[in-house]
Design a protein. Structure first.
Length: 82
């Protein structure tokens, strides 16, 4: 089984009013491959948690097409502040 971790910083358009969020997503093709990626995202006004989830999943699948049908085993999205 292979594993990959990467970091991405993304800013959505139009004007972002929700502030920056830190995200982590792990996708797995059981017994074959796993990837964990993380970064920051500034969602556009009106975006939902589901909107961000699908956008990030699509982003990962664009980089690694084999992950398009992978299982999501972990997802975290939180405001990027201490």
């Amino acid at each position: 089984m292979t594993s990959q971790t990467s970091q991405t910083s993304t800013t959505a358009t139009p004007a972002a009013t929700q502030g920056s969020h830190m995200w982590v997503m792990t996708l797995e093709i059981p017994g074959r491959e796993m990837t964990t990626q993380y970064g920051t995202w500034t969602p556009p006004a009106g975006a939902t948690r589901y909107d961000v989830f699908t956008a990030l999943r699509d982003h990962i699948a664009a980089q690694q097409p084999e992950m398009k049908s992978a299982n999501c085993v972990f997802f975290s999205l939180e405001p990027n502040r201490l």
